[in-house]
Design a protein around this ligand. Structure first.
Ligand code: ZN
Length: 55
């Protein structure tokens, strides 16, 4: 299941955080609350830049 965790750079505050790409619920930035991953019934829609695939 490689590639399920990604490091996403927040488009609003540029902080980076690790998120589960196939999230079942919305993932928000821990700093500013911007939505980073929107669930889409599989691989989520990523809002922001994927900096790194973690694993
Ligand atoms: Zn942010």
């Amino acid at each position: 299941m490689a590639g399920d965790f990604v490091k996403i750079k927040c488009p609003d505050c540029s902080s980076e955080q690790i998120a589960f790409r196939k999230a079942a619920s919305v993932v928000t930035c821990h700093v500013c609350g911007t939505t980073l991953v929107t669930p889409r019934g599989g691989v989520g829609l990523i809002n922001g830049e994927v900096v790194e695939v973690v694993g």
